[in-house]
Design a binder for this molecule. Sequence first.
Ligand code: TXA
Ligand code: MG
Length: 326
Amino acid sequence: MSFVSNMAEIGTDINFARQLLREGKLVGIPTETVYGLAGNALNAEAVTAIFETKRRPSFDPLIVHVGDLVQAKAYSSYFPEELMALAEVFWPGPLTVLLPKTEAIPDLVTSGLDTVAVRIPSHPLTRELLLGLDFPLAAPSANPFGYISPTRASHVQDQLGNTIPYILDGGDCSVGLESTIVGVEHGQVIIYRLGGIPVSAIEQLVGPVLILPQSSSNPKSPGMLKNHYSPRTPVILGELEVLVADFRLKGEPFGILSFNKRFPDVPDSHQVVLSPSGDFGEAARNLFSGMRLLDKADVSVILAEELPEKDLGKAINDRLRRAAAK
Ligand code: TXA
Ligand code: MG
């Protein structure tokens, strides 16, 4: 039971979550990537509520989550072999594939596009939730449009708690970055959003891929706007030592988001070290919670550095650049 009436209840009751979803209500759900704001993808009212709750423009399509491959096939008229090769290896997991959609998926979900983004998440709670439903779940990240994605239940509560009845608590997200979005055109595999599956892992299976710059000018991914994933505090990317020296001189309070270096003269509450050992997976897991922490700290700017451009470093850098874009 929640004691404050305008907050969501947080718990692990899958049956209760299912009941709410069957009634067309929205539920915060854990996935291995980030938390989602889920509703029945086949129910136009639930889908409309998702857009309204997030204050998301209707031109930005939603990802449809299913429990298994049978369901994934049911909502696509055709499953290209290149994408099947990836799905067989990376599902359940942080991979989203773009497939030609069937009539069953409302146009509202895909913002009128003839493709639908489909994913089987691996988080055990949500997997079980999905396998017991006879409809798929549309679920964008459970944050207000443009803000940092949530990686724990309390992040969802903080921002959307007064608009939804329930958040399924699955602990901290084990990946911490959104899914990698992949499509295929004329036999060419295209990555539309860098994410939890590294590019190199995808290329090992299907050969060289094309990475399309994600912006509002990319009609395939209308929602991948440049200034996504942004804290309210301005983010500046560069050489940390130089930036820190600069802001010390200015006498402005700053926060630091570093890959693996700690700054001994900066209070711990004003710095986040993503991975002291320089591990990309750990850095990814800590990225969004670190940004949130610094956004709440009493600083007027967040100074950050890019990671090496390999492995998950590519996707992390993508998020950092978007956060820094204004
Ligand atoms: O990891 C994830 O993918 C998380 C969890 C909750 O599954 N979801 C997520 O959803 O990141 P969202 O709505 O925050 O981002 C989905 C992205 C949007 O940028 C949207 O433009 C793109 O997927 N998208 C959805 N359907 C598409 C389509 N048919 N064609 C191209 N892009 C699409
Ligand atoms: Mg999002």
